[in-house]
Design a protein around this ligand. Structure first.
Ligand code: OGA
Ligand code: NI
Length: 355
């Protein structure tokens, strides 16, 4: 069966859209990374951390109300944080330290793990970069399963620990994603049969992404990660509690920060859960603003169904008679949707919308 990596081979990138600049070598934000201030998406215009005491709900997964709270948060915001998630804090510290070990290498060492033009894994700029005419203040390392091939290039004799931590983290995140998804289905009153749960889980498409947002001489001009929605079902993000930068877009409020909470993981709805929920859950638009003082590292885990799985509004949610409940999207395979998104970014959802 096709893998998630293969879904990307049809949209090869130019090297300029793979190799990040050497952030250590710049003392000011170069033109190539300076976002226009008149633009609606301008970091400076929207940079507003004070005044708004909006907060993302934190849900204790051991609480008897966890299902109700998680479902409600998906519906209202498409994002929440979880505590008591069962991921050992030692593993969170270890993955941060391995991410740190990689991103603090000199640029010439990091490019040994460079993503290939038609590849999906390895070191490089954000996948969404070709859609913007300015570059982002960001570098990433993407993995799908074992990072052995890339890690061995970087550390011919010291790759083992890196691989162990990355694999262990992916195993635990997979289990947590399944747990969260089962809770969400329960909230929706959907039986596992309605979504072909065993098949959905059997060959899940997953990716692990280490993100680095180096210190930026003028964060007001730069963009860490441009506004986007995540493609798969769910994203689980670990952000170090001492560094914020993630913001979500809220109707009528603009950009609001998601402050890190010690030990909590951020969970957000992606496009595929938006589609399966028949638009009941928003696929939250989010972005990242860099900081002047902190080099911020985050770890994103993306979870989706197998590549040949058909994603469409869940039957049980579209069966009732009212117009409101009619299916809003046509169904599409995961592979086709990933490709559509790689070619059209934020237009992809509207291309499968039927009403
Ligand atoms: C992502 C993402 C947010 C962050 O990797 O898709 O949105 O804070 N990351 O790094
Ligand atoms: Ni994202």
């Amino acid at each position: 069966m096709a893998t998630l990596s293969e879904a990307y081979t049809e949209t090869p990138l130019h090297l300029q859209h793979i190799i990040p600049i050497d952030f250590d070598s710049v003392e000011e934000v170069p033109q190539s990374h300076s976002w226009p201030q008149s633009d609606d998406e301008s970091p400076r215009r929207m940079f507003n951390l004070d005044g708004d005491h909006f907060s993302i709900p934190a849900i204790d997964l051991d609480s008897p109300d966890a299902i109700e709270m998680a479902g409600h948060a998906c519906k209202i915001m498409g994002i929440f944080q979880v505590t008591n998630h069962g991921i050992p804090s030692s593993l969170l510290r270890e993955i941060e330290s391995q991410a740190w070990r990689f991103f603090t290498l000199p640029a010439r060492a990091k490019v040994k793990a460079l993503r290939s033009p038609s590849g999906a894994t390895g070191y490089g700029v954000a996948r969404i970069a070709p859609f913007f005419n300015k570059f982002m203040w960001h570098e990433g390392f993407t993995m799908m399963g074992s990072p052995l091939e890339h890690a061995r290039e970087v550390w011919p004799h010291g790759y083992r620990k890196f691989c162990e931590v990355m694999e262990d983290y992916q195993d635990k995140m997979k289990a947590l994603s399944e747990r969260l998804l089962a809770m969400i289905l329960k909230y929706l009153g959907i039986s596992e049969h309605d979504v072909d749960w065993p098949r959905l889980r059997s060959n899940a498409c997953t990716a692990l992404q280490l993100n680095s947002y180096p210190r930026c001489p003028d964060p007001g001009q730069a963009m860490g990660l441009a506004p986007h929605t995540d493609t798969l079902l769910l994203t689980i993000l670990h952000q170090n509690h001492s560094a914020h930068g993630l913001q979500v877009h809220r109707e009528g409020r603009g950009w609001v920060p998601v402050f890190p909470m010690n030990g909590a993981l951020v969970v957000n709805v992606g496009d595929m859960l938006h589609i399966m929920s028949n638009a009941m859950f928003p696929s939250v638009v989010h972005r990242v603003i860099p900081s002047e003082n902190t080099h911020r590292l985050t770890v994103g885990y993306f979870y989706g169904p197998p590549t040949d799985f058909h994603v469409g509004p869940i039957h049980g949610l579209t069966q009732t008679s009212g117009q409101e409940d009619a299916a809003r999207f046509r169904s599409i395979t995961v592979k086709d949707y990933v490709q559509m998104k790689a070619k059209n970014l934020d237009k992809a959802l509207s291309m499968i919308r039927i009403r």
